[in-house]
Structure formats: structure tokens, C-alpha cells
Design a protein around this ligand. Structure first.
Ligand code: SAM
Length: 329
């Protein structure tokens, strides 16, 4: 098992399929985009499936989430999902996406065995979307959400990041809309992972603030029936339930003590934490002919070194060199 020195066991693998994205959300990357990884640096579909297979068959991974960048931009996505759901023991397989292209791909992905999808949507207003993401694609995201729901990729979850002065007035309308559609909304605190290093604690809309905003319109009670466990979202019943909303206070309410995640970047680096400053290079080892046993050993060693916490509150905190889009959120 992928056990660290504090006894935490990683069972949830986040795999970035590409660092490219077709949006430019301001909390993630600059409007002009980034220098994408050169193609030879990217793991091939076969290499991805080989590493995921080692994770599932030898290292106790029970959940695989494909992300990016934007995973729908990866041409082999449906094939990769199908090969992942064919593994034994079969892991849960999910996707984090901006939803653009999901209208076309939700059905094939469901047929390949995809279990669930998280779609990012920060606003109900197409104009605000364009301002925030620098692309006029709001309608595509809404269509993608509907297609995911129709394809049975439920519960369809929505991730929303609130930014002060941009969309923080939308907490209540977003929740009202999501509940009306039957989607499960989770608000995520903005984290210091943007390529521009523009994050500031003062500007971040905190979990406390989000809960205060929502409490103006809804009666929220902690969902005691749902053990938070390793789940990052604190969940609340809305107006007595059964509807719920989640708040992910990665910065102000960290859940590192219960973290069960490990990440694989699109260029084959294992990261034991979103905020890790060190990585373990499985790609070079694999391309130099390492056996499955050797790759598993490297992976075990990488997780064993995981730090106790992300350390954002530490005065010596250093933002990782890779931005969120290149890590895989
Ligand atoms: N492109 C896909 C998407 O939009 O969901 C997957 C990758 S994206 C990096 C994954 C999630 O990370 C999205 O929900 C996005 O809003 C979130 N995200 C990106 N940068 C963030 C930041 N600085 N703080 C908090 N969440 C962030």
C-alpha cells in the first residue's frame, strides 16, 4: 500500500492527461496561456494505463480521477477510461472537466464505464464567464452538464471558485440553480496555485464567508450522517435536506490529516501533495526500461516522503513551481 510516514494511505489517484486547457481561468493561468509540455514529454496512453494498472493492481489504488489541464482535450480519453474500468479490482473512475466537449463525449464516456464527473462552473452569467475564463464558452459548459446528467454520470458535481468582486455575489444563485438542476455544488477556496502567482490571502473568499453568504438564503446544517472521512468537502444539508452543498476549505480548513490522494502529472511525475515541491520521475525510469516492480518501488518511496501538511500557513511556504493546470487538480 501507498503508506506515508504518518500512517496515511493513498488510495485515490489523480491523473493529469494533459496540461493544456481551452479556458484561461484567472485563478489558474494567464490569458495568453502557458508554455505547454512538448508532446514527447507527455505520457502516451499506453504509459498512462501501465502506471494506473500498477497503482490499482499492486498499490491499493481504488479510485482513479482523470483531470488536467482539460482531460477532454486528450484524444484517447475514452480508450483510457475503458481500459481503466476493465482493471481488476475495478477502480471507481471519474473525471474533472470544464465541461466543454462533454455534450459530445458524455455518452461514449459513460459507455466506457466512467462513473462520475465533476464540472467546473463559477458563474451563471455568460459575460462573467468570459471575463473570468477569457473565453466565450458558457453555453458549452451548461450543455456539457446536461449531457453528463442525461448519460447517467450522476451525481453530477459542480466545482465553483468564488473570486472577490467578480462572482462572489453569485454564491446563492449558483446554489439555487444547481439544486434546481439536480446537480451537487461544491465551493472551493481559491488556492495559491496560479501560474501568475497572483493569489493573496486577503482576496481569497474563505469557507466561513461562503457559508455566511449562503446562510442569508438557506438554512444550512452540517450533514452529520455523512462522515467527512478523507473527502475534502464539508457537506451541509440545505433547508433540512435531502439537498446538500459542499464547501472545500483547502486553505482555511485543511484536511491534510485525512488526505488519501496521490497525483500523476501528464509528464509522468508522482506528486504526493498538490503543494509538493518535490516529484518522483516515473516516466524517465519507465522509458529506461524499469520493471513494474521497480516502478512500484519508486512510487512507494515517493508517497512515504509525504509531508504532514500543505504548509500554506508556514512563513516559509513556497508555491510549487508547477501551476494547477500542470499538476492536475
Ligand atoms: N480543466 C478541468 C476543470 O476545469 O475542472 C480540470 C482541471 S482544473 C485545474 C480542476 C479544478 O481546479 C477546477 O475546478 C478549477 O476550478 C480548480 N482550480 C484551478 N485553479 C485553482 C485555484 N488556484 N484554486 C482553487 N481551485 C482551482
Amino acid at each position: 500500500m501507498l503508506r506515508d510516514s504518518f500512517g496515511r494511505v493513498a488510495t485515490d489517484l489523480r491523473v493529469s492527461l494533459t496540461d493544456k486547457c481551452n479556458l484561461r481561468c484567472t485563478y489558474c493561468m494567464p490569458p495568453e496561456g502557458l508554455d505547454w509540455l512538448p508532446k514527447p514529454e507527455l505520457l502516451t496512453a499506453d504509459e498512462i494505463v501501465r502506471l494506473v494498472t500498477i497503482g490499482v493492481e499492486r498499490l491499493g489504488i481504488t479510485e482513479v480521477r482523470y483531470t488536467g489541464g482539460e482531460p477532454l482535450l486528450r484524444r484517447e480519453l475514452v480508450d483510457i477510461v475503458a481500459r481503466t474500468t476493465a482493471l481488476s479490482p475495478r477502480p471507481q473512475v471519474s473525471l474533472t472537466s470544464n465541461g466543454i466537449g462533454l455534450a459530445r463525449l458524455a455518452e461514449p464516456l459513460a459507455a466506457a464505464g466512467l462513473d462520475r464527473v465533476n464540472v467546473s462552473l463559477d458563474t451563471l452569467d455568460p459575460g462573467t464567464f468570459k471575463r473570468l475564463a477569457h473565453r466565450d464558452r458558457h453555453a458549452d459548459v451548461i450543455a456539457g452538464l446536461a449531457a453528463a446528467d442525461a448519460a447517467g454520470l450522476r451525481p453530477v458535481k459542480i466545482n465553483a471558485v468564488l473570486m472577490r468582486g467578480i462572482n462572489d455575489h453569485e454564491a446563492v444563485p449558483l446554489l439555487r440553480w444547481a439544486l434546481g438542476q439536480g446537480y451537487e455544488l461544491r465551493f472551493i477556496e481559491q488556492m495559491p496555485l496560479d501560474a501568475q502567482h497572483g493569489w493573496s490571502r486577503a482576496d481569497m473568499v474563505t469557507a466561513d464567508e461562503i457559508l455566511r453568504l449562503l446562510s442569508d438564503a438557506f438554512d444550512l446544517t452540517p450533514d452529520d450522517l455523512e462522515e467527512r472521512g478523507s473527502a475534502p468537502a464539508e457537506r451541509f444539508l440545505v433547508d433540512g435536506g435531502p439537498d446538500r452543498v459542499g464547501v472545500i476549505g483547502s486553505v482555511t480548513r485543511p484536511f491534510c490529516g485525512a488526505c488519501d490522494r496521490v497525483r500523476l502529472t501528464a509528464d509522468g511525475q508522482v506528486r504526493n501533495c498538490l503543494f509538493a515541491t518535490e516529484e518522483s520521475d516515473l516516466k524517465t525510469a519507465m522509458r529506461a526500461g524499469a520493471s513494474d516492480d521497480e516502478l512500484a518501488e519508486r512510487w512507494l518511496a515517493a508517497v512515504a516522503r509525504k509531508r504532514a501538511g500543505h504548509g500554506i500557513d508556514d512563513p516559509a511556504f513556497l508555491q510549487p513551481a508547477r501551476p494547477m493546470s500542470a499538476i492536475g487538480g
